[in-house]
Design a protein around this ligand. Sequence first.
Ligand code: SF4
Length: 390
Amino acid sequence: MTDSAPKFDDFLPGGRLAAVADGESRTDLLGLTRTELVREMEALGEKRFRADQIFNWIYFRGVTDFAAMTDISKPLRARLAESFRIGRPDIVTAQLSEDGTRKWLLRLSDGNEVETVFIPEEDRGTLCVSSQVGCTLTCSFCHTGTQPWVRNLSAAEIVGQVMMARDELGEWPTPSDDRQITNVVFMGMGEPLFNYDAVAAAVDLIKDEKGLNFSRRRITLSTSGIVPEIRRAGAEMRVMLAISLHAVRDDLRDDLVPVNRRWPLAELLAACRDYPSLSNARRITFEYVMLKGVNDSDADARELLRLLEGIPSKINLIPFNPWPGSRYETSAPERVQRFGEIIRNAGIMATIRTPRGRDIAAACGQLKSESVRIPGWKRRGESKEGHARA
Ligand code: SF4
């Protein structure tokens, strides 16, 4: 890590890193909390109920043009359009896998790019959203981890991925049943708990009953194990939790998921044990990537059972998706089966994830964009020399 690289504490509440400001002069209403929306309307001299009307148009109907807001007078619509916009990320590419998985490469207002994936299954449709451009962490099995962290996404950029997917799948107004997108998982690029405030604001919008209306039980935060923020998320967001576990010993997990050096297994599992409202119907998902000869022995499976004792759990075994330059091989299918059997025989739910979207590199841990970190002087349009003298 260089001196300017972000450190763990930079991301914790009150840390120095925040989402970048949008270059557009009009305020983007997307991503504002209900309170912020009321404040914007009051600043225009409008009553609070206007905020409710606009919220409905944005999040229930998916409208991006004020002209379509037919229960608002024409002069007010024109004033709104002068001061505000309702943003969406630009779609750079949209790919459709032969198994129905969709992957979008999205360009944000500052030119950075992230990926969003939709995975349709028989009984559900999962939208996998990104929370950061790149990732600060360097989990050794993960392709995204080879892309350096560029910046955190704002709440608008996170919720914008859900809005974009609903646009693309023609899911407006918000369907009450028979939805294509039934679940939202924060399992795309980045560590969501290193971008806590924006993720929490986006979750609030995603679960708002008068808008996108996803129940808490259908929103999952997937974390590598940021213990203080797991505790905070349990108290505040109360959504479902998935842990990228991948190893049952600290020495191995230090290598596979380096954040383990800061919050080792004992601390992580204690936070999981304390996560509120756990029950057989509300379990923590433990993600476990199967790496040949590394973490896939019978003894590993038995140790996993011992570690998770007392935590309502389900285990998701993920056959490793190789990427160019990766140093691991995927476990043989019989090994994965055997590992799963040991867990199931102990009465714990274990599923083996079928790789999805392999032909479009949309599988777990494969997301990566071309975005790179641009130094501040370049973003501000200064020359390097000018910057050096300043
Ligand atoms: S697994 Fe998640 S936290 Fe680890 S490098 Fe990949 S994106 Fe980052």
